[in-house]
Write a protein that binds this ligand. Structure first.
Ligand SMILES: Nc1nc2c(ncn2[C@@H]2O[C@H](COP(=O)(O)OP(=O)(O)OP(=O)(O)O)[C@@H](O)[C@H]2O)c(=O)[nH]1
Ligand SMILES: [Zn+2]
Length: 330
């Protein structure tokens, strides 16, 4: 039996959704077509892939969804002014990146923020280590400098059994995992290795630019033999930075957050204010200037992603004026 939040025979999990058509799975792994009960169609919050629901079986094998059960986590992405919910109850996000063409620590920082914000736990996966093995140590060091205890695993499709073992360490029967990352980094390849069958077709990347083509079309959740769930969909794989809270950004930068607590001003922007502990740490080599720049950029990006253009301009002005005020407070 699968690990469900309760033992009720009326509890199911959404494994597929397209408009008002759903598929659900029961704890005994049987799969049913499902639809929403009338009053649920009018609800503010509609069931998403990963959600647990309760309802009734009818016509032998169909399922009528009547209640949405509480969510443990919610993965969202920013789309224009609004957050768009993309999956519920994800516990583990594999932030996937190849060690060559796709490598970017600032992208990992953005993903970390997104994951912390969702309530899930991140794991960084560095892929294609066979391609430029001489880069591996350097890449690991660069990641360790920003990961702050987030596990980093390395994989190559040339040793699939090793890759599977590395990933399986994070796939318990209570886990619901997703792979996110740029196109072509090897997410489908890893999913296939885990499932040990061709669940998703992988296509050769376009010549030269190492960018893949999106070969995955259906959004779906599937269970591995050990009871861990994986969600795979183009919408989830490509998530950019959601309009995250400042708190989540801070969680990705614990070094800066703890220094900032020692700044003289609560609203210190760590620029030229007197008594800035962050600038002091840069001056004595404890913190790199690049790290602060990354932090600022992410903070602004996440703040601005929830604003319209007039609000962004106002925020920029306020930021400038705020700094001058602190300078004068000397
Ligand atoms: N050399 C090498 N190639 C790999 C590795 N992993 C994946 N590839 C190749 O990279 C290409 C893209 O892999 P996919 O698994 O389809 O990438 P993806 O991240 O799922 O891409 P999207 O479906 O577009 O999101 C394929 O040609 C794979 O065979 C690896 O570890 N080493
Ligand atoms: Zn400061």
């Amino acid at each position: 039996m699968l690990n469900f939040p309760n033992d009720s025979l009326n509890t199911a999990q959404i494994i597929f959704q397209s408009h008002d058509q759903y598929q659900v799975i029961f704890a005994d792994r049987s799969v049913h077509q499902a639809t929403l009960a009338g009053r649920m169609q009018l609800a503010d919050t509609l069931p998403l892939i990963g959600d647990f629901v309760s309802g009734q079986v009818y016509d032998q094998d169909k399922f009528l969804i009547t209640t949405l059960l509480p969510r443990q986590t919610l993965l969202t992405r920013a789309s224009n002014q609004q957050d768009q919910a993309i999956a519920a109850n994800v516990t583990t996000v594999f932030i996937t990146m190849s060690l060559n063409a796709d490598f970017s620590t600032s992208r990992v920082e953005r993903y970390l923020t997104l994951v912390w914000d969702s309530g899930a736990t991140p794991v960084i996966v560095l892929t294609k280590t066979d391609l430029e093995p001489e880069l591996l140590v350097q890449r690991q060091l660069e990641l360790e400098a920003i990961a702050f205890g987030v596990p980093i695993i390395t994989t190559t499709s040339t040793t699939p059994l090793v890759a599977r073992e590395q990933l399986n360490a994070y796939l318990q029967p209570t886990t619901t995992a997703v792979f996110v990352g740029s196109s072509g980094v090897g997410k489908s390849t890893l999913l296939n290795i885990l499932a040990a069958q061709q669940l998703q077709s992988t296509k050769a990347v376009r010549g030269g630019d190492d960018k893949g083509r999106h070969t995955t079309t259906a959004r779906q959740l599937f269970y591995l033999p050990n009871g861990a769930a994986l969600i795979d969909s183009p919408g989830i794989r490509g998530v950019g930075v959601a309009s995250s809270t400042t708190t989540a950004t801070a969680q990705s930068f614990p070094d800066i957050t703890s220094l900032a607590q020692q700044c003289r001003f609560n609203d210190c922007q760590h620029e030229q204010e007197p008594g800035c502990a962050v600038q002091a740490a840069i001056a004595n080599g404890e913190l790199s200037a690049q790290r602060l720049a990354d932090y600022r950029r992410l903070l602004r990006e996440t703040e601005y992603s929830t604003m319209n253009s007039r609000q962004i301009t106002a925020a920029k002005i306020k930021r400038m004026v705020g700094n001058k005020k602190n300078l004068r407070r000397r």
